[in-house]
Ligand binder design. Structure first.
Ligand SMILES: Cc1cc2nc3c(=O)[nH]c(=O)nc-3n(C[C@H](O)[C@H](O)[C@H](O)COP(=O)(O)OP(=O)(O)OC[C@H]3O[C@@H](n4cnc5c(N)ncnc54)[C@H](O)[C@@H]3O)c2cc1C
Length: 394
């Protein structure tokens, strides 16, 4: 394909992964990010083998492994007694051909951003908040809230769960509040009770709630995430402050050391967000626009796969461009390769909430294992690319 002008809206994990994948295949891209500086909020993210295949291929895997530190076994623990019910070894390299890492989001984001900027120092334009677009037969014009406009051939919406690109292209949609609220915090490892440090990557599953923790940055920080039921509407954004009392209220019968972990969170470092759920889209692309990551398939956090799906998307989109004769074909190949997989994970994540928290079963079911459903065995570097309808043979 002759080199189209490619614009990406959003410089998060999805937008930067897409930029890196397209650069890898020889395309020049522009990333428009609304923030004044590139960065990520303080939280952990797990990157499973399916996404690590892409990050390894794109040359950032070693840096990620260095930042993450040693691989951890995963312990399912009894909600009230703390008894270890099940240990899952970290044998992902043997089983899936790539590692499973727990990372600080800022470290994953920084690895992607520096690789993108090494390839092209002018790639990212900050302080550009996307506002509107107009599609023409020969190009597309994007408008930003700073008054600037930019003409491009194709646009990739990577602007997250509340995507404005999606709203402009596909219109408003129904958003359901799931009745669940999530909390997140980071703590210095020195503040973490010893019996929690013994199994640093662990989950306590109770009926209608769970608590998950895992270490970051070579075990110097503990990342804590909890989800509880909250019938009142909560904000969707990931940066709403919460108090320890609000968080602990969901966990009054939790294993005492785990409750101590919650109580050790410093004021001002705890955040909450209301989990919303959207229906899967039947199309990710329209005309000169496609979408990727949370903009295309926003999902609840129960499988820890939102960022991984964005990375998978990015890898497949880069390959689709490289394998196609024009952007229409690339979009079609990309969408056909991704829709079933990403929408399937979006729906599986919704089901997982009830499965692990025992809402449909008689009690908590920490045995429910997404690995048994082939989640990690997908490899976006080698997954077949379905041909676009009507495309010429390469
Ligand atoms: C606490 C927490 C823990 C998580 N843990 C995991 C995990 O363990 N594993 C996992 O795979 N996923 C996890 N997720 C989900 C994952 O973080 C998201 O799915 C992922 O960040 C999606 O990436 P994205 O680039 O599509 O969107 P985002 O990360 O939301 O990035 C969107 C970017 O677009 C920018 N933007 C938005 N609007 C505009 C605009 N109008 N103009 C220009 N720029 C704009 C934003 O500033 C941002 O930089 C977690 C999420 C949270 C909140």
């Amino acid at each position: 394909m002759s080199s189209p002008r490619i614009s990406i809206i959003g410089g998060g994990i999805g937008g930067l992964s897409a930029a890196l994948a397209l650069q890898h295949f020889g395309y020049r891209v522009r990333v428009f990010e609304q923030a004044r500086e590139l960065g990520e909020f303080g939280a952990g993210v797990v990157v499973s083998p399916n996404a690590m295949h892409a990050l390894n291929f794109l040359g950032v895997g070693e840096q990620i492994a260095r930042e993450a530190g040693p691989a951890e076994a995963f312990a399912s623990r009894h909600f009230q007694t703390g008894e270890v019910l099940k240990i899952r070894r970290n044998d992902h390299v043997e089983r899936f051909g790539a590692a499973f890492h727990q990372l600080h989001r800022a470290d994953l984001h920084a690895a992607l951003a520096s690789a993108v900027r090494r390839n092209d120092p002018d790639c990212v334009l900050l302080s550009h908040c996307f506002e509107a677009l107009t599609q023409h037969s020969s190009d597309l014009v994007t408008k930003f809230t700073n008054g600037k406009t930019f003409t491009t051939d194709v646009l990739i919406g990577c602007d997250g769960a509340a995507s404005k690109v999606r709203a402009r292209v596909f219109g408003d949609e129904v958003v359901n509040y799931t009745g669940q609220v999530a909390f997140r915090a980071l703590l210095p490892m020195a503040d973490v009770p010893a019996s929690i440090q013994e199994h640093p990557f662990a989950m306590f599953v109770g009926v209608n709630r769970y608590l998950l923790h895992y270490p970051l940055r070579r075990r110097t920080i503990m990342n804590v995430i909890g989800v509880g039921r909250e019938p009142r509407w909560q904000e969707e954004g990931w940066r709403t402050s919460a108090t320890v009392a609000e968080f602990a209220r969901h966990y009054d019968d939790l294993y005492p050391a785990a409750l101590q972990l919650i109580r050790a969170i410093s004021p001002g470092t705890l955040f909450k967000w209301g989990l919303r759920d959207r229906e899967p889209l039947q199309r990710y692309s329209k005309g000169r626009v496609t979408m990727l990551g949370d903009a295309a398939h926003p999902m609840t956090p129960f499988l820890g796969q939102g960022a991984c799906m964005a990375i998978e998307d990015a890898m497949v989109l880069g390959r689709a461009f490289a394998a196609s004769n024009n952007f229409e074909e690339a979009f079609s190949v990309y969408e056909n390769a991704r829709r079933e997989r990403a929408n399937g994970v979006q729906l599986a994540s919704r089901r997982q909430a009830d499965q692990i928290q025992g809402v449909t079963a008689k009690g908590p079911n920490p045995g429910a294992d997404p690995l048994d459903r082939g989640l990690y065995s997908y490899n976006p570097v080698t997954a077949p690319l379905p041909r676009a309808a009507g495309a010429c043979a390469p």
